[in-house]
Design a binder for this molecule. Structure first.
Ligand SMILES: *Cc1c(COP(=O)(O)O)cnc(C)c1O
Length: 355
């Protein structure tokens, strides 16, 4: 079967090697005569999967095992919105509001303390990353959304701050080579750039565990999960396994340094075409453009059906924009081959010639 060019924002594309290995494991994990999804999560086979996944998740970001630990939890990034605040918002937290996911994170945090919106790009429908703001000293933490999946903006400069910096990295984790040690806590739903839906990766500086500021129910307490090696209760085994396979794939392909080069190349090709082509205009502010989610609109919205039909014929899937932005969004995560991006670009050229 000829697969489609998959530009879905999430759940989204994984490498074909990951799909092959993951599929095999459902029938027969490493030739043990049992399926990955029918064995105990306490079996030596799965314990090894979890250990390797946790180790690689930290190592691939260039972080040290002495300083950081990682967890594969359930509940999605949406549960992290409340968990970070439940554990660490004692009095005041700062949030940079760069879109819907930041808004949702702030809503949950407000249940636990004062949420200071230090800056917002709401005035322009979140098409940029705010840069002028001051971070007061009295904050328990500062929270950012490093990549705004819906709007196609991304923090290219990570804020410098003395307070603990937290980030929702659901849609750009492992996509670029930055100094991850600037963060005290990183979380990401697996389903955008890492694996099958189900697991949520949390990377936490170990010293944060001493800063948990109130009594927190076991399942929502980071310390519970760290103490139990991310096996306090049954983990989402299939999702964790796909994360491990993706991390191994990443490692084999040169890690975040090499993948960043490819991601910059893919996104530059696409943005160059958007800027050149008379039929399209980019949505996000040029200097804040995301290398993962490329948002763009038609200059003439009445031609939408024509472009949509062409895309369908070219086996291009998942490019419809989020309803709050309209137009199109091409999600070009780590596993997206450059050929698919080139196919989209050819289509945009063909569309311009028809117009
Ligand atoms: C998709 C997404 C979420 C929501 O993730 P869930 O795992 O569905 O809760 C949160 N933040 C960002 C940046 C996302 O892209």
């Amino acid at each position: 079967m000829m697969k489609k060019h998959n530009f879905s924002a999430g759940p989204s594309i994984l490498s074909s090697e990951v799909f092959d290995e993951a599929s095999k494991s459902v029938l027969n994990l490493d030739n043990i005569g049992l399926s990955l999804i029918e064995i105990s999560h306490r079996s030596k086979e799965f314990v090894k999967i979890m250990e390797e996944a946790r180790e690689l998740s930290i190592g691939q970001l260039g972080l040290s095992k002495d300083e950081y630990t990682s967890l594969f939890l359930q509940g999605g990034a949406s549960t992290q919105f409340l968990m970070v605040a439940y554990n660490f918002l004692n009095q005041n937290a700062g949030y940079i509001n760069t879109g819907s996911w930041s808004v949702k994170a702030m809503k949950e945090a407000k249940l636990f303390g004062n949420v200071h919106e230090l800056a917002s790009s709401n005035d322009k429908n979140f098409n940029y990353i705010p840069k002028d703001y001051t971070v007061n000293d009295n904050l328990d933490y500062l929270h950012i959304t490093s990549n705004n999946t819906i709007f196609g903006t991304q923090f290219h400069e990570i804020p410098e701050t003395k307070t603990d910096l937290f980030t929702d990295m659901s849609s750009d984790i492992y996509s670029r080579n930055i100094d991850y040690s600037k963060f005290s806590l990183i979380y990401a739903g697996a389903q955008k750039n890492l694996g099958a839906a189900g697991a949520t990766l949390v990377i936490i500086r170990k010293s944060m565990l001493e800063k948990i500021c109130r009594e927190v129910p076991s399942m929502l307490n980071y310390k519970t999960h760290v103490d139990k090696d991310s096996m306090f209760n049954t983990p989402p085994v299939f999702s964790v396994y796909t994360c491990l396979l993706s991390l191994k794939w990443l490692q084999k392909n040169g890690g975040v340094t090499e993948i960043e080069k490819k991601n910059i190349l893919k996104s530059t090709l696409l943005y160059d075409e958007i800027d050149r082509n008379s039929q399209f205009k980019g949505f996000a502010n040029v200097e804040d453009r995301s290398i993962m989610n490329v948002t763009f609109n038609l200059t003439d919205e009445s031609k939408k059906e024509i472009f949509d039909n062409l895309a369908f014929e070219a086996k291009i899937s998942g490019i419809n924009g989020h309803r709050s932005v309209g137009g199109y969004r091409a999600s070009i995560y780590n596993a997206m081959p450059i050929e698919s991006v080139e196919t989209l670009i050819e289509l945009m050229k063909k569309f311009e010639n028809l117009a």
